[in-house]
Design a protein around this ligand. Structure first.
Ligand SMILES: C[S@@+](CC[C@H](N)C(=O)[O-])C[C@H]1O[C@@H](n2cnc3c(N)ncnc32)[C@H](O)[C@@H]1O
Length: 342
């Protein structure tokens, strides 16, 4: 598949039918346009993950966990503009239906809205991959992740793997919950790290607030943290935690609004595989695209998301990924063995 087409499809997956799906409930999440960029990466990551693993004989059952699932739709500004939420995007772009999709949301109204929208999408949109089973779990992700992992172990007799999206806005999912996902069952993580707001703001306090300490695998009060330029240090520390817990292969995509207070990082983390992780190259490519778009301003982002064509092309990374995007029907995919050596 052509790389330009590939990125365009990812962007389309954010807004296609979004108004009709929004109208199923008055409840939505609030959004800002910078947040849309994370969903482009999520769309690419789910698409690649399911494409590569679908033909892998070791992992028969693929699961999806959305730890901070939201209401299924986000609106932004005073306009009617809206984007689909991560659970719906995942169901839309999956190359094969997941065995089960878990959606965890502790806000009752948002969880209800999500359930209504998922029911609607699965019953009316034939292009969306309905999983064998799905569940909206009303609860705190810090407790529920452990239960989900327990259920996957109980239910699956086959080899299994999962993709888990943790879209932190604040210090939402603590390290203990990440530990529950590790080291087995195996799975990939896409984590939104609130680098500026929640982390940068708190990391220079002495002592470090408990809430931030709970977010990391180490006691931050025992680390030699600098007084300034702390964000890169905190980012690296989190990446180190993920590496220690069996996911040393990482790609960090930075979204920085250049206004000082707004910055987040998306960490895609997976395990080391002999022979390499093919689909990481696609994450690399989308990372370059996202980082180029964000270097512009909000108008650029909106142009890319809504205008398509002209404004979009200029942000495509110069190198092509034509040879690197695994296509489900390609020979290359059938021969894909790099994930087999687990
Ligand atoms: C950034 S929004 C998620 C947006 C979603 N990923 C999307 O793309 O639409 C974070 C959501 O997590 C929920 N939330 C925050 N902390 C939580 C927790 N500890 N457990 C479960 N849900 C939580 C919030 O109510 C909010 O809807």
């Amino acid at each position: 598949m052509d790389s330009s087409e590939y990125i365009k499809k990812r962007i389309q997956s954010l807004t296609e039918n979004s108004e009709e799906i929004r109208d199923q409930s008055p409840i939505t999440n609030d959004f800002d346009s910078w947040s849309a960029l994370k969903l482009i990466l999520h769309s690419a990551a789910v698409n690649m993950y399911t494409t590569v693993l679908e033909n892998n004989s070791y992992f028969n059952d693929l699961y999806y966990i959305d730890a901070l699932a939201g209401s299924g739709v986000s609106t932004y500004g005073d306009t009617e503009s809206c984007f689909l939420g991560s659970p719906i995007i995942a169901a839309k772009v999956a190359q094969e239906p997941f065995k089960k999709m878990y959606f965890i949301e502790y806000d009752q109204e948002k969880a209800d809205a999500l359930e209504t929208r998922m029911e609607y999408v699965f019953s009316t949109h034939s292009d969306v991959q309905e999983p064998e089973d799905w569940e909206v779990i009303r609860g705190d992700a810090n407790d529920e992740i452990t239960n989900v992992v327990g259920e996957i172990w109980e239910e699956s007799n086959n080899g299994f793997n999962y993709y888990c999206f943790i879209d932190n806005q604040e210090l939402n999912v603590k390290w203990e919950a990440i530990e529950a996902l590790t080291p087995k069952p195996w799975g990939d993580l896409l984590i939104n790290l609130p680098t500026a707001s929640a982390i940068g703001r708190n990391a220079t306090m002495d002592p470090v607030p408990q809430e931030l300490n709970d977010f990391y695998c180490v006691d931050l009060n025992e680390q030699d943290l600098p007084d300034s330029d702390i964000r890169p240090v905190m980012k690296q520390l989190y990446a180190d935690c993920l590496a220690q817990n069996g996911r040393p292969v990482q790609r960090v995509t930075n979204v920085d609004a250049n206004v000082g207070s707004y910055e987040y990082d998306l960490i895609y983390a997976t395990r080391n595989i002999e022979g390499g992780n093919d689909y990481i190259e696609v994450v690399d490519y989308v990372k370059k695209f996202i980082e180029d778009v964000h270097a512009g301003d909000v108008d650029n982002i909106l142009n890319v998301l809504y205008d398509g064509q002209a404004s979009f092309e200029q942000y495509l990374p110069s190198e092509d990924i034509d040879d690197e995007i695994p296509d489900t029907r390609s020979e290359r995919d059938e021969n894909q063995t790099s994930l087999d050596d687990f």
